[in-house]
Design a protein. Structure first.
Length: 278
């Protein structure tokens, strides 16, 4: 895995970077690039419905919705469209990708082969997640065979601007990656939501239950992030034999408990990711 610093890596990137799609994830990536010193004049954004924040960046030199002929072949094309939108808008990106263009896709369920067929270039397929918006995302990436070491380093720097990056050699893993980390934040938010609801059922005022659930999930996540111990060890450290936590975990870890539900949930998301590729 590339371990270069994201800031220095971004400053070493040459040529024009085109960002196709500046919604929540694309916008988070763009914010990360600029926060780490990338010159906005190096970036062209294609986004038919830009947010006020994205539109405001045009005053700093960022090119918003320029004509393809005014961009030419980009050094790097980052595709942050929804898979459904890519089917319609993808062919319009082809003039931007020459033979030496690095194409970085963060689209769920969209294979390297299908991206290359539409855009050309050398493709890196990546799956980030929404904590990228606060620089705490995790992205998994896989590179096509024709991606050079230099292009991989560029992709790594662009992706690392929103959090950590892991590289895999097998593209077949990306559907499960999408199910675990790409969709995973929603599972955690549901946990906070349902923990608050259960607190209300146990007699807590709704506002207090919501605050307790939110801060507990956030604090436990931060502890897991900082600790050298595994999640299993941290769980065991909280659990006294015969205590209140043990009583709750007996329910959560039962035959039809959390383990079974998450296994089925991840399997369902994995299947859906594969369906999107068809």
């Amino acid at each position: 895995m590339t371990t270069s610093n994201a800031t220095s890596g971004l400053q070493n990137i040459s040529g024009t970077i085109v960002l196709a799609g500046a919604g929540k994830m694309g916008g988070a990536m763009l914010s990360g690039w600029l926060a780490r010193g990338l010159d906005p004049r190096r970036v062209a954004v294609i986004e038919p419905y830009p947010s006020q924040e994205i539109a405001a960046l045009a005053t700093s030199g960022l090119r918003l919705n320029p004509l393809p002929k005014d961009i030419g072949a980009a050094a790097t094309l980052v595709v942050a469209l929804k898979p459904q939108a890519f089917r319609e808008a993808g062919p319009g990106l082809k003039p931007l990708a020459g033979p030496s263009t690095l194409v970085v896709s963060i689209m769920a369920g969209t294979t390297i082969a299908s991206i290359a067929a539409v855009c050309g270039g050398s493709v890196v397929r990546a799956m980030p997640n929404t904590p990228a918006a606060i620089g705490r995302g995790i992205t998994v990436a896989v590179a096509a065979n024709n991606v050079s070491a230099g292009q991989r380093a560029v992709a790594d720097a662009l992706l690392r601007a929103t959090g950590s990056v892991e590289w895999v050699a097998d593209e077949g893993l990306m559907d499960a990656v999408t199910a675990v980390s790409g969709s995973g934040p929603a599972y955690i938010f549901l946990l906070a939501e349902e923990l608050a609801r259960a607190g209300v059922e146990a007699g807590l005022p709704p506002e207090l239950a919501s605050k307790l659930a939110r801060e507990t999930v956030a604090g436990a996540g931060e502890l897991l992030h900082r600790s050298e111990h595994s999640a299993a060890t941290l769980r065991q450290n909280v659990t006294s034999p015969g205590g209140t936590t043990a009583a709750a975990l007996e329910v959560l870890m039962g035959a039809n408990g959390l383990a079974s539900l998450l296994t089925r949930a991840v399997a369902a998301a994995t299947r859906r990711s594969r369906e999107l590729a068809k």
